[in-house]
Design a protein around this ligand. Structure first.
Ligand SMILES: [Zn+2]
Ligand SMILES: [Zn+2]
Length: 135
């Protein structure tokens, strides 16, 4: 597996200690994380630093934002195998409230009136995640 440092360098990002820490933290989790989740892991780091780092990752196509029905945006890694195709389903678990990327499950083509233009599409599936099912 590539190191976080290597992935950052590949995306033409200077692998600062902060970027490596935050990126590795995102990689460690299967579920998408909020800014608050990240911030509470690194208590000496200001919220604005976390936010800035996350925005940089997003701009470089390393991560994407997910809207579920919690109040906050969540972030997860892009699929390294197909970074150009982030149109995958998301599952929000009704039991643990985590949201997971279903990378191999792509979205159906959605048709909308021609006067509108689609930029991104998100579909949120509500269900029970694999971990909660064995609890
Ligand atoms: Zn769950
Ligand atoms: Zn996703």
């Amino acid at each position: 597996m590539n190191s976080s440092e290597h992935i950052l360098l590949n995306s033409k990002l200077r692998p600062t200690a902060m970027r490596i820490l935050i990126f590795s933290f995102l990689r460690k989790h299967r579920q998408a994380l909020t800014i608050t989740d990240i911030e509470s892991e690194f208590q000496k780091v200001s919220r604005s630093t976390v936010l800035r780092t996350i925005k940089t990752f997003e701009k470089k196509g390393l991560i994407h934002a997910i809207i579920d029905d919690s109040k906050y945006l969540k972030y997860a890694l892009n699929d390294p195998n197909q970074p150009e195709h982030q149109n995958h389903l998301h599952l929000n678990c009704l039991s643990c409230n985590h949201t997971y990327c279903m990378y191999n499950y792509t979205l159906p083509q959605i048709s909308i009136p021609p006067r509108y233009h689609v930029k991104t599409t998100q579909i949120l599936v509500k269900g029970i995640c694999d971990i909660c099912q064995i609890k």
